[in-house]
Design a protein around this ligand. Structure first.
Ligand code: PLP
Length: 248
């Protein structure tokens, strides 16, 4: 981001997670709204931000749909994507909403199902409002946003874009959870087998696609790779090595 000319201001309060970063960005925008533009990175915040971000990310779904049709002559049986705030998945799903295609949002189960160990807002959350929108939310005992955790820093957010809550309640999108361990396994496998090093966020979608494939030997699934793993290689090597001990 700095190479591209951005001035990066790290968040210095609270748990220093995505939630505090969004809090800070809103505070900065509220103070400087006359001469600044708020570019939110996910389908979060008040209308029209969730709609705008979904529409910007729609190119992912539209291109994957077109490419899949060109390559195979039919649509995939399923499309899956990781869900942090929910933007890459919203863009992936929007193109297939009217097709007979199963849509699966993959939430981070982190270290397990205890509050504070994961960030699976739809699987374990309840209705709540934060950052100017109402959706599913992980709450502490006082009803405030709960601390969340995921090995993937982009997934540790205690709520999810409001359209995902809508899709969930409609039954149009199914939400599943993938643990840190499964995501790391997928990180190594996609790297070794395909030469593609995925972001740890994206590795959650890849892990789900691998799980799905075991029960659908003749099926086809698109897994959205929301980002490259360059940013994660130092962390993975430090904690898991180069995959020498990994079961491939
Ligand atoms: C590579 C990558 N994938 C996915 C996400 C999750 O965000 P979203 O759910 O909005 O796509 C992030 C967030 O920072 C990310 O960096």
């Amino acid at each position: 981001m700095k190479i591209l000319g951005a001035n990066v201001v790290p968040v210095s309060f609270g748990l220093k997670t995505l939630k505090e970063a969004v809090d800070s960005a809103f505070a900065s925008y509220a103070k400087n709204y006359k001469d600044s533009i708020y570019c939110i990175g996910s389908v979060l915040g008040p209308h029209p931000f969730p709609m705008m971000v979904r529409d910007f990310q729609f190119c992912i779904g539209e291109e994957s749909r077109q490419q899949f049709l060109e390559m195979t002559g039919h649509l995939p049986d399923a499309v899956c994507a990781c869900v942090g705030g929910g933007s890459n998945s919203a863009g992936s799903f929007a193109a297939y909403l009217n097709d007979p295609v199963d849509l699966i949002g993959v939430e981070p189960l982190g270290k397990g199902s205890h509050l504070g160990d994961h960030a699976a807002s739809i699987a374990y959350g309840e209705p709540g409002s934060m950052h100017g929108f109402r959706s599913y939310m992980l709450k502490d005992k006082d009803g405030n946003p709960a601390p969340v955790y995921s090995i993937a820093s982009g997934l540790d957010y205690p709520s999810v874009g409001p359209e995902h809550a809508f899709w969930h309640d409609l039954g149009r999108v199914q939400y599943e959870a993938i643990s840190d361990e499964e995501a790391v396994d997928a990180f190594f496998k996609l790297s070794r087998y395909e030469g593609i090093i995925p972001a740890l966020e994206s590795a959650h979608a890849v892990a789900y696609a691998m799980r799905w494939a075991k029960t659908h030997p003749y099926g086809s699934i698109v897994a959205t790779c929301s980002g490259r793993g360059d940013k994660d290689v130092d962390y993975v090597i430090e904690h898991y090595g180069y995959g020498e001990d990994h079961q491939f």
